[in-house]
Design a protein around this ligand. Structure first.
Ligand code: HEM
Length: 146
């Protein structure tokens, strides 16, 4: 039952995070107004919260659920997934800093500032697509180490 509950929570959180990332991509565009700046800042708080919950639920699955920590810690796709997730996390920092700066200065971003944030968001989306592939491989025992 714990395994099932964590699996459901994991999937819902992951879909939620992808939805938020996509919403940011739609809001951050040249010509965005102050309302969009406020909105994307608020949405970004949810991004942080969901990412934190995914880490908690993900590690709970890896440690307490059906297969156990030994299985995952000896799987290359598990580490590839964690590494990719960490890179996505790092890429989300510059847009977050930009949203806060735009709001504090009460400005709308110029095109160059928008492009910088968009670049990070697009790379995040591309890397995100790798995660379900790594997850499916690790769940099926591919990439076993040792
Ligand atoms: C946004 C990031 C993530 C995405 C998109 C994602 C995606 C997925 C998907 C689609 C599955 C189901 C695989 C399957 O049964 O075919 C899964 C399973 C799993 N994920 Fe994640 N995941 C993410 C983050 C994490 C993190 C941070 C951890 C931390 C340890 C984690 C640990 C696990 C575990 C333990 C499973 C169970 C695999 C199994 O059934 O053996 N995930 N993930």
């Amino acid at each position: 039952m714990l395994d099932l509950t964590l699996a459901i929570a994991h999937h819902l959180l992951v879909f939620g995070l992808f939805g938020i990332l996509f919403a940011e991509l739609i809001l951050v565009r040249p010509g965005m107004d102050k309302q969009a700046v406020t909105r994307v800042g608020r949405i970004d708080l949810w991004y942080g919260a969901l990412a934190g919950l995914i880490i908690v639920v993900g590690f709970s699955r890896a440690i307490f659920a059906a297969k156990g920590w030994f299985y995952y810690s000896h799987n290359a796709f598990f580490w590839a997934k964690l590494g990719t997730f960490a890179v996505i996390g790092l890429l989300s920092v510059p847009p977050t800093i930009a949203y806060i700066a735009w709001r504090r200065a009460d400005i709308v971003p110029n095109d160059a500032q928008v492009r910088n944030a968009q670049r990070c968001l697009w790379i995040e989306v591309v890397l995100f697509a790798l995660l379900p592939a790594f997850a499916a491989a690790m769940a099926r025992g591919y990439g076993e180490i040792g």
